[in-house]
Design a protein around this ligand. Sequence first.
Ligand SMILES: Nc1ncnc2c1ncn2[C@@H]1O[C@H](COP(=O)(O)OP(=O)(O)OP(=O)(O)O)[C@@H](O)[C@H]1O
Length: 235
Amino acid sequence: MDIVQASNLVKRYLVGEQQVTAIRNANFNIKQGSFVSFVGPSGSGKSTLLNMIGGLDKPSDGKLLINNTDISTLNRKQAAKFRGEHIGFIFQDFNLIPVLTVAENIEYPLLMVQNWPLAKRQQRVKTLMEAVGIAEQANKFPSQLSGGQKQRVAVARALASQAKLVLADEPTANLDHQTAFRIIDLMKQMRDDFGTTFIFSTHDNKIMNAAESLFILEDGEISEHRQTATEGERA
Ligand SMILES: Nc1ncnc2c1ncn2[C@@H]1O[C@H](COP(=O)(O)OP(=O)(O)OP(=O)(O)O)[C@@H](O)[C@H]1O
């Protein structure tokens, strides 16, 4: 099943009196459970695509179905509910809440959107902290963590509400290479364990090859859809 279906997708922005076309006529489908990357230079449209897929920004034209829902038809409140139920976000600067502990940061989306009972929340937070290897830091605050540890918390938080789809905009941009690969491997492990679809963006050639398939963006257009080597072929 395709979790993302985009046809003739267009995004234009008005900057003063000038129109900027950030995405021109993009067509692509992404299968449930896949591990894909949008790749391209700065300004090629990666964030714009991820924001539309995440229901943070509306297409100017074309059609975008997420989990068979046409998200351009949702109003703000419906879009927020849809995001809370279906989509997790990971950002390059981690976006953790500084006054909350690691455990509380992971629990936060469950409190805000899902309203789960306490025992169920605590069990879910514990499972996720163990899955991403951060259980020993449960009571620390973000300022007491390394970049890699912060991004582990962000991965756990994105998975908290059992989102079907996790979007990560340059999740490794603020990490050294070794840590970056560990985070990508962790995301892939989470995909294997939970069946979550991951879409991440990067302009880093080394990181992009960790994806199973790549959409190459050039000046707002998808110029190529490339399958990367499987783990076996690369070894
Ligand atoms: N809110 C906005 N208002 C006006 N123009 C925008 C807006 N967001 C993006 N753009 C323009 O759309 C184009 C694509 O930008 P986008 O941020 O999607 O690229 P990107 O590939 O994510 O770049 P980067 O790697 O630098 O984050 C650029 O020309 C950008 O200036």
